[in-house]
Design a protein around this ligand. Structure first.
Ligand SMILES: Cc1cc2nc3c(=O)[nH]c(=O)nc-3n(C[C@H](O)[C@H](O)[C@H](O)COP(=O)(O)OP(=O)(O)OC[C@H]3O[C@@H](n4cnc5c(N)ncnc54)[C@H](O)[C@@H]3O)c2cc1C
Length: 380
C-alpha cells in the first residue's frame, strides 16, 4: 500500500529500528515466549539506543521527539518484526506520559532519567479481580495520614507486572465518591508491595502479566501523582492516545499475517496447482487487502489528528474498535488459508492468531468502544 504520510527521516528511523529488532529481538522471540517474560536488560538495550520515551525532554536524556508518527512507526515495526509481548510501548507511551503531564518537577527529575535509560520499568495498575471495564468499581483504597498515605488493594492482569520497578496504582481516595481516585507511585521494594503469579495466557506469551498486592503500603506524599482526587480524569486523558497506539499495532499484526499468508498460498500446492490459483483464495486475499487498506487509511488519518491535537475520544474509539475487529477477521482467515499448518506453532500465523484475541478486550473492550461512540451520537 502506498502511504505518503511519513517523512524521509521517519523512514530512516524505521529502517534503523527494524535492524535493531532483527538483531536484538527476533532471535530471542521463542525463548521469551517460553519463559513468559522479556529479560530486563532488553529495556536497557532499548534505552541505550534512545528508543525509550523518545518524546521526553533532552534535559532528562530523551530525544524530544513528540511527533506521534514515530510512535506509529515503532508500533508497526514491533508488531511485524519484533515481539508484541515486549511491552516497552506501555512503559514509554502509556505510563511515562503520566509522569510528564501530572508529575511534579521533582518526580520527573527523580524518575524520568532512569525510565529513559531502561533502568526503571513502568506499569499501570487499574484492573482488579472484580473491576475492569468499570473503573469506578475498584476496591483498592488509599487513606491520607498527613505526611503519607496508606494503600491497600489487589490488582490483576498487570502488564510488565513482574518486571516493573515503578507502578502507577489507581486507588479510591474517598469512601463516599466512587469516582474519586488517586494515582500512587509504588516503587519496587516498598514494604507491603508484593507480586503474585505471572499469569499463563492464551497469547502474547512473552509479556509478564501479573497479580499485584498492596498491604498497608506506606506511600510518601512525594509519591502521589498530581491531585489525589483527580486520578479518574488523568486516566481518561491518556486513553485516546493509548487506543490509537493499540490500533497501529493491531494493524501491523494483521498486515504481517496477510503477508505470510500470501507467501504460503503461493508455494502451497493443492490438487496440482498453487493454492493462490484457486478463486476462493484469490477472492479471500483480495477482501483482506480491502479491509487492511481501509483500516490503514483511517489510522493514518487519526495519527494526523493526534499530531494536530484534534483526536477526539470517539475517533480513537472508532479506530480501536474497527481495527481490532479487522485484525480478528484477517488473522482468522489467514489461519484458514494455511489449513492444518495454521494450527501449528511453528507457523507464524498460529501465534499471531492467539496474540490478536486480546485486542478486542483490553484498553477498553469492543463493547465499551461502542458505548463511547454511542454517547457521541446521542449526547449521553
Ligand atoms: C493481557 C492483558 C494485559 C492487561 N494489562 C493491563 C494493565 O497493564 N493494567 C490494567 O490496569 N489492566 C490491564 N488489563 C486488564 C484489561 O484492561 C481488562 O481485562 C479489560 O478492561 C476488561 O475488564 P475485565 O477483564 O474486568 O472484564 P469485564 O469488565 O468484567 O467485562 C466482561 C465483559 O462484559 C462486557 N462489558 C463490560 N461493561 C459493559 C457495558 N457497560 N456494556 C456492555 N458490555 C459490557 C465487556 O466488554 C466484556 O465482554 C490487561 C488484560 C489482559 C488480558
Amino acid at each position: 500500500m502506498q502511504r505518503d504520510c511519513f517523512t524521509q527521516e521517519q523512514e530512516l528511523f524505521r529502517d534503523s529500528y527494524r535492524q535493531f529488532l532483527q538483531k536484538e529481538v527476533l532471535p530471542h522471540r521463542d525463548e521469551w515466549r517460553k519463559a513468559g517474560i522479556v529479560p530486563r536488560e532488553m529495556f536497557r538495550k532499548m534505552g541505550d539506543q534512545g528508543y525509550l520515551m523518545i518524546w521526553a525532554d533532552e534535559q532528562y536524556g530523551g530525544l524530544g521527539i513528540d511527533d506521534f508518527r514515530y510512535q506509529q512507526v515503532m508500533m508497526e515495526e514491533d508488531s511485524q518484526y519484533g515481539d508484541i509481548g515486549f511491552y516497552h510501548t506501555l512503559h514509554s507511551r502509556l505510563v511515562g506520559p503520566y509522569l510528564k503531564h501530572f508529575g511534579s518537577d521533582e518526580q520527573r527529575a527523580r524518575f524520568l532519567p532512569r525510565c529513559i535509560s531502561g533502568d526503571c520499568i513502568l506499569a499501570v495498575a487499574m484492573t482488579e479481580p472484580d473491576a475492569g471495564s468499570d473503573l469506578a468499581g475498584i476496591k483498592s483504597r488509599a487513606v491520607d495520614h498527613g505526611d503519607h498515605w496508606i494503600l491497600n488493594g489487589a490488582k490483576t492482569y498487570i502488564s510488565n507486572g513482574i518486571n516493573a520497578d515503578l507502578v502507577v496504582v489507581a486507588a479510591k481516595t474517598s469512601p463516599d465518591n466512587p469516582r474519586q481516585i488517586g494515582l500512587f507511585l509504588v516503587e519496587r521494594g516498598m514494604e507491603g508491595f508484593e507480586r503474585g503469579r505471572n499469569l499463563a495466557k492464551m497469547g502474547m506469551k512473552s509479556q509478564d502479566t501479573a497479580e499485584l498486592f498492596f498491604r498497608d503500603v506506606k506511600i510518601p506524599k512525594e509519591n502521589v501523582l498530581g491531585d489525589a482526587s483527580k486520578g479518574f480524569h488523568y486516566l481518561m486523558r491518556g486513553l485516546a492516545e493509548e487506543r490509537l497506539i493499540g490500533a497501529a499495532g493491531y494493524l501491523g499484526n494483521a498486515w504481517r499475517s496477510y503477508e505470510v499468508t500470501r507467501d504460503f498460498v503461493m508455494q502451497r500446492k493443492v490438487f496440482g496447482k498453487p493454492l493462490s490459483d484457486q478463486q476462493n483464495t484469490r477472492f479471500k486475499m483480495a477482501s483482506l487487502r480491502v479491509e487492511l487498506e481501509v483500516a490503514q487509511t483511517y489510522v493514518d488519518h487519526c495519527v494526523t489528528q493526534q499530531n494536530a491535537g484534534k483526536l477526539t475520544p470517539e475517533s480513537a474509539a472508532i479506530a480501536k474498535l474497527y481495527v481490532s475487529e479487522v485484525e480478528g477477521r484477517v488473522v482468522d482467515e489467514c489461519v484458514q488459508l494455511h489449513g492444518g499448518a495454521g494450527y501449528m506453532e511453528e507457523y507464524e500465523v498460529c501465534w499471531r492468531y492467539t496474540d490478536a484475541r486480546i485486542s478486542r478486550i483490553y484498553a477498553g473492550s469492543s463493547e465499551i468502544m461502542r458505548e463511547i461512540i454511542a454517547r457521541s451520537i446521542f449526547g449521553r
